[in-house]
Design a protein around this ligand. Structure first.
Ligand code: TXA
Ligand code: MG
Length: 339
C-alpha cells in the first residue's frame, strides 16, 4: 500500500498530522518525519518491535545503531545511564539542534536501538514538528535517516516518497530541510571525546565548550565504533568525483580522465562555473557552507533521477565550516569496491 502524505502548512494541518503520526507510533508502527537535518524514519524508541520495523523498512544492517530523539533535557537524561557535565554544557549550547551525543545507554532503551552495544546516540532536534510529535507521544523516537541503507539521506518529502512510499504508512511533508546534512555525532564515552561524524556543528564550536577534552582527529578504527563512518555510506548511484579546475578545459579533461562522455557528466560547481552546453548539466551550488549543505543532497538526488553517469563536484574550500560537507563528498566518492 502506498504511504499517506500529509503536509503541515497551517496550524490545523500541523496539529492533525501530529495526532495522526502519534497514533501510528503509539500502535508500534513507523512514520517518516521531517527534522531540521534530514528526514527521519521514526518509531517508539522504547519498543523493540517497533524499532525492528525501521531496520526492515530501510534494509539497514543490524550492526548500525539508531539515534534516539528527545524533546527535553529530562527525556534525554532518561535515555542515558550517565550524564556527564560535558553533556549539560553541550546541550545548553547546541540543543535543540544538529548534534548527537553518544553516552552510556539506559537500561530502558532496548538493545536493538544500540545495535547490541552499551551506548546510545541522543539528539534533541530543532524541528517544530518533531518536537510536537515527541511531546504528543510522551516517549523518545528512534529515527535514522529515511532512506534505504547506503543511499543518500532525504532532504524533502519527495525524496522520502521515491525511496519509501511502499514501506511506510505515513510521510509528513514539511518542505526542504533547513540544515540539509546529518547531525554531528560526538562520542562522550571516550576520553577525550571524539567526533564520530562531522556535521554543520563544527569541531571548532565543540572545542569552545570541551577544550582539551576533545580529541584532535578521527582515527581509522572509528568505522567500527560508528558504522555511519563506513567509507561508502552516503552514496548516489552515479559515480562521484571531486576535482579542482581553473577553467572549462581542465574540468572537461577531468571527466575525460574518468572515461565518461561529457553529456553523461553532471557538474556541481560553486566558484568556477563551466559554460552551459559543455556538460550534460551544470548546477551552481551556493558558496557558503550552510546554503551548500541545504542544496547538496537535493542535487545528488536529482543527478541520479536524471541518469547522470558521473557527478563531477568542484573541490570545496578548506576550513572547519566545510568539514561535514567534505566528509559527505569523500564518502560519496569512495568507490563501491572499497570496504
Ligand atoms: O541528523 C541526523 O542525525 C538524522 C536525523 C533523522 O536525526 N539521523 C541520522 O541517522 O542521520 P542515521 O541512522 O542515518 O545515522 C546515525 C549515525 C550512524 O552513523 C550511526 O552509526 C551513528 O549515528 N550512531 C548512532 N548511535 C550510535 C552509537 N550509540 N554509537 C556510535 N554511533 C552511533
Ligand atoms: Mg543514514
Amino acid at each position: 500500500m502506498e504511504a499517506r502524505l500529509l503536509s503541515i502548512e497551517s496550524a490545523e494541518s500541523f496539529a492533525a498530522a501530529v495526532e495522526t503520526a502519534a497514533a501510528i507510533l503509539r500502535a508500534g508502527e513507523i512514520v517518516a518525519v521531517p527534522t531540521e537535518t534530514v528526514y527521519g524514519l521514526a518509531a517508539n524508541a522504547l519498543d523493540e518491535r517497533a524499532v525492528r520495523r525501521i531496520y526492515e523498512a530501510k534494509e539497514r544492517p543490524a550492526e548500525n545503531p539508531v539515534i534516539v530523539h528527545v524533546a527535553s533535557l529530562e527525556m534525554a537524561r532518561s535515555t542515558a545511564n550517565e550524564w556527564p557535565e560535558a553533556a549539560t554544557l553541550l546541550a545548553r549550547k547546541f540543543w535543540p539542534g544538529p548534534l548527537t551525543l553518544v553516552l552510556p545507554k539506559a537500561a530502558r532503551i532496548p538493545s536493538i536501538v544500540a545495535a547490541g552495544g552499551a551506548t546510545v546516540g541522543i539528539r534533541w532536534p530543532a524541528h517544530p514538528f518533531m518536537q510536537a510529535l515527541i511531546r504528543a507521544c510522551g516517549f523518545p523516537l528512534a529515527a535514522p535517516s529515511a532512506n534505504l541503507a547506503n543511499q543518500i539521506s532525504p532532504t524533502s518529502a519527495a525524496h522520502v516518497w521515491a525511496a519509501m512510499k511502499d514501506r511506510v504508512p505515513l510521510i509528513v511533508d514539511a518542505g526542504p530541510c533547513n540544515v540539509g546534512i546529518e547531525s554531528t555525532v560526538l562520542d562522550l564515552t571516550s576520553s577525550p571525546a571524539r567526533i564520530l561524524r562531522p556535521g554543520m556543528i563544527a569541531r571548532e564550536a565543540i572545542r569552545e565548550i570541551l577544550g582539551e577534552k576533545l580529541s584532535e582527529g578521527t582515527g581509522g578504527d572509528l568505522a567500527l565504533k560508528s558504522p555511519g563512518l563506513m567509507k561508502r555510506h552516503y552514496a548516489p548511484r552515479a559515480r562521484l568525483a571531486v576535482r579542482e579546475w581553473r577553467d572549462d578545459a581542465e574540468a572537461a579533461s577531468a571527466a575525460h580522465e574518468l572515461g565518461v562522455p561529457l553529456h553523461k557528466v553532471h557538474v556541481l560547481a560553486h566558484e568556477r562555473i563551466p559554460r552551459g552546453g559543455l556538460f550534460g548539466k551544470v548546477a551552481v551550488i551556493p558558496q557558503d557552507p550552510e546554503a551548500y549543505a541545504r542544496a547538496l543532497y537535493d542535487e545528488l538526488h536529482r543527478c541520479d533521477a536524471e541518469g547522470a553517469e558521473l557527478i563531477l563536484v568542484e573541490k570545496l574550500p578548506e576550513g572547519g565550516a566545510w568539514a561535514g560537507l567534505r566528509d559527505r563528498l569523500k564518502r560519496a566518492a569512495a568507490s563501491a569496491s572499497e570496504p
